[in-house]
Design a protein around this ligand. Structure first.
Ligand code: MEV
Length: 313
C-alpha cells in the first residue's frame, strides 16, 4: 500500500478572538507558509490493529494503546476509527511533523488534528469531507481547552478565510483585494485553556461590562468583513487597532505584545493587534507588501522570535 500523507495550515484570527467564545462573529484566515503534516505507512508484517505513532518534535514514539486514554492524538485517532466504523484497521505507522510554532495562537493543535484525521481516513479508503474533518478535530479541541468556539478547526480544515459564529454553518466570503499581513511571535507560549479561562473569570465578575466589549468586537468584525469583501483595505488598519484596544480591556494583551504592535506601527503598519488567545503568542500587522520586510525587521529588533509574511487572498 503506498504511503499517504496529508497536511493542514496554521491560522490567524483577523478579528473577534475571545468574543467568538461568547457567540459573536470572528474572522480567521489560513496561513499556508507553515503546516502540520501526517504521513502514514502501512505495516503489512505487523499484527492487524497495531498503530505506531512517531512525532519526533515532541519526543513521542509509542503505540496508540500505550498512550494515555485522554492523549489528544489517541482521542483523535480513536474518534476517526469510530466515525468510520473501523474496529480493526490494518497496521500502520503515523508520522507527525509540524512547522507551526506550538501554543502561540496559530492553531497548531487544530492543524495536527486535521492532518491526522485527513491522513487516517484516506489511508482507510474512506476520505472524509472538510466539515466532518472539522467536526472531529473539534472533539480534540475540547481536550485542549474545554470551551473552544470551533473557529480554529473550521479555518484549518477548510483552508479558506472564514466568517465564523459558534453553532452556525461556516461562511466563506470573497476577498476583493489580496492584502499582506506580517505575523510577529513574542516567543511566549501558553495554553488556550488558561487564556479562555482567564477571560471567563473576569466576565463572571463584570458580565455587563464584558458583554459590551464582546458586542463592540462583534461590530468591528462585521465592519471588517464588509471592508474585506469590498476591497476597502485602507479601512482595515484602524479596525485592527480598535480591536486591539478592546482586547487590552479584556486583559489578554501583554507588554511583549504591545512592544511588537508599537514597533509595527512605527515601521509603517496601518494597523496591528494580537491574534489568537493573547497572553503572549502572536500579533499581526497590516501593511503594503513592499513595506513588509522592513516591518518584519522592526519586529525582530523589538524582540520577535519569528515573523511570517503572508498574503490573505
Ligand atoms: C483561539 O484561537 C481563539 C479564542 O477565541 C478561543 C476560541 O475561539 O476557541 C481565544
Amino acid at each position: 500500500m503506498p504511503a499517504i500523507s496529508a497536511s493542514a495550515p496554521a491560522k490567524i484570527i483577523l478579528f473577534g478572538e475571545h468574543a467568538v467564545v461568547y457567540g459573536r462573529p470572528a474572522i480567521a484566515v489560513p496561513v499556508d507558509q507553515v503546516k502540520a503534516r501526517a504521513a502514514i505507512q502501512a505495516e503489512p508484517l505487523a499484527r492487524q490493529g497495531i498503530i505506531k505513532i512517531e512525532a519526533p518534535e515532541i519526543n513521542l514514539a509509542s503505540t496508540l494503546e500505550q498512550l494515555p486514554r485522554d492523549h489528544p492524538l489517541r482521542v483523535t485517532i480513536e474518534n476517526v476509527l469510530a466515525a468510520l466504523k473501523v474496529t480493526s484497521p490494518p497496521a500502520f505507522t503515523l508520522r507527525i511533523s509540524s512547522t507551526i510554532p506550538l501554543a502561540s495562537g496559530l492553531g497548531s493543535g487544530a492543524a495536527v488534528s486535521v492532518a491526522v484525521i485527513r491522513a487516517v481516513s484516506s489511508f482507510l479508503g474512506k476520505p472524509l469531507d472538510d466539515q466532518r474533518i472539522s467536526d472531529l478535530a473539534y472533539q480534540t479541541e475540547l481536550i485542549y481547552h474545554g470551551t473552544p468556539s470551533g473557529i480554529d478547526n473550521t479555518v484549518v480544515a477548510f483552508d479558506k478565510p472564514v466568517y465564523f459564529m459558534q453553532g452556525k454553518p461556516i461562511q466563506t466570503f470573497p476577498i476583493q483585494h489580496p492584502f499582506t499581513i506580517i505575523i510577529g511571535d513574542t516567543g511566549v507560549c501558553n495554553s488556550t485553556a488558561e487564556m479562555v479561562g482567564y477571560v471567563r473569570a473576569r466576565w463572571q465578575v463584570d458580565p455587563t461590562g464584558f458583554e459590551t466589549i464582546f458586542d463592540q468586537i462583534g461590530s468591528i468584525t462585521n465592519q471588517g468583513r464588509q471592508a474585506i469583501q469590498h476591497g476597502r483595505i485602507n479601512d482595515l488598519g484602524p479596525m485592527l487597532d480598535e480591536n486591539q484596544v478592546l482586547l487590552q480591556q479584556l486583559g489578554v494583551s501583554t507588554p511583549a505584545l504591545e512592544r511588537l504592535i508599537n514597533a509595527a506601527h512605527q515601521a509603517g503598519a496601518s494597523g496591528a493587534k494580537l491574534s489568537g488567545k493573547g497572553g503572549g503568542g502572536n500579533m499581526i500587522a497590516l501593511a503594503d507588501p513592499q513595506d513588509a520586510p522592513f516591518i518584519s525587521s522592526a519586529l525582530y529588533a523589538a524582540g520577535a522570535v519569528r515573523t511570517i509574511i503572508t498574503q490573505v487572498h
